[in-house]
Design a binder for this molecule. Structure first.
Ligand SMILES: Cc1ncc(COP(=O)(O)O)c(C=O)c1O
Length: 375
């Protein structure tokens, strides 16, 4: 049975144009710096984001890791939001590999820091008790706020504060181009205030593997050393970079512009879900309050909601109807639209969701995380 898979935009398969480009890619040994396809991808990414240089890496996690290796010294500290991927979902690579700590501040419902709190969170370099603040990191789009895009103005405000404290700004832009499309801004403008940006090719842009880190030439040289340290020096890897070059083509030939379709489909999905008995807002950062799901908050490709049902039973019932969604933190459900999910599919998904909710009506929602079932 063919599934409509909304668990993540990472499930996308390469397009026919990517597969052709991968087959035909000119190759070399990238550790020697002579894979022409990798070099072209790194140059294209840097130009698009208005930076001096780029580095092709295996994943978004590796992009964040080598960026931290390049920006930070052992014993330093990164300031990031509590729910950020860098702080929560990377096996504490900052501690294990980089030798640094992360100071987490609350994520506001639009994915931003409280700027006054950020300003106050830098350490006193003269106090021997404290680590040294070495980096500020933001996530754009911001996953836990249901994929909110962070604006150029906000990025500039964060950069101004970071730079005033003598610290660089890194953007974890796993879904940077979703933000670019949602905000209708030039990628170089949105990246402008940041010292480094990493973006994923293997999410909404539909490549099979890879991310690119961009920044100054000196920063990229350090990140390249970091990449080798963590075993990410790859060889004839132009075979993968070729797909990235297709993704980053201009207009309809590339994969950036079409992200608008995913955003429209996510909004349509949220509008339909909001009308179904048993669907509630996610609450927390995704949507404050515990009222109905508010489709107006869906501005990119994430829909996060809660069901008044047993969540696992609901997801199983949905799977039985060939639709996949995934458990997300704090008892919520996430659905992500992407290349391969069509507007017609949204109607199929809504019908399957309505049926799964009917089938599981009366099942007991699981207790909130941390509360014992017997309590
Ligand atoms: C915001 C964010 N950063 C980084 C990553 C890591 O990307 P990867 O799975 O390619 O390591 C993800 C993955 O979902 C993400 O959502």
């Amino acid at each position: 049975m063919p599934f409509i898979d909304l668990r993540s935009d990472t499930v996308t398969h390469p397009t026919p144009a990517m597969r052709r480009a991968m087959y035909e890619a000119e190759l070399g040994d990238d550790v020697f710096g002579d894979d022409p396809t990798v070099n072209a991808l790194e140059a294209r990414a840097a130009r698009l984001l208005g930076k001096e240089a780029g580095l092709f890496v295996a994943s978004g996690t590796m992009g964040n890791l080598v960026s931290q290796l390049a920006h930070l010294g052992r014993g330093q500290e990164t300031i990031a939001t509590f729910q950020s991927h860098l702080a929560m979902d990377e096996q504490a690579g900052h501690a294990v590999v980089v030798g640094t700590s992360v100071r987490t501040l609350a994520d506001r419902p639009d994915g931003t820091f409280d700027l006054a709190e950020l300003d106050e969170s830098f350490r006193d370099p003269d106090d021997p008790h404290e680590p040294i603040s070495g980096l500020v990191a933001i996530e754009n789009t911001h996953g836990h706020s249901m994929g909110q895009p962070l604006t150029t103005a906000y990025t500039g405000q964060v950069a101004e504060i970071a730079h005033r404290h003598g610290v660089p700004l890194h953007v974890d832009g796993a879904r940077f181009f979703n933000a670019v499309v949602a905000l209708a801004v030039d990628p170089a403008e949105l990246a402008g205030p940041a010292d480094s940006v990493t973006f994923c090719l293997s999410k909404g842009l539909a490549c099979p593997i890879g991310s690119v880190v961009v920044g100054s030439r000196a920063f990229i040289a350090r990140a390249r050393r970091g990449r080798k340290l963590v075993g990410g020096g790859m060889r004839q890897v132009g075979v993968l970079a070729a797909a990235g070059l297709v993704a980053l083509r201009d207009g309809e030939a590339g994969m950036i512009q079409r992200l608008a379709e995913d955003h429209a489909n996510a909004r349509r999905l949220a509008e339909g879900l909001a009308g179904l008995d048993g669907v509630r807002s996610a609450g927390g950062t995704a949507q404050p309050g515990n009222g109905p799901l508010d489709p107006a908050r869906v501005t990119t490709n994430f829909v996060v909601f809660r069901v008044d049902r047993n969540r696992a039973a609901f997801l199983d019932a949905l799977r039985g109807r060939a639709v996949l969604m995934v458990e997300y933190p704090h008892g919520t459900v996430r659905a992500v639209t992407h290349y391969g999910v069509t507007a017609d599919d949204i109607e199929t998904i809504l019908a399957a969701t309505a049926a799964a909710l009917r089938e599981t009506a009366g099942s007991h929602p699981a207790p909130p995380a941390g509360v014992a079932a017997s309590a």
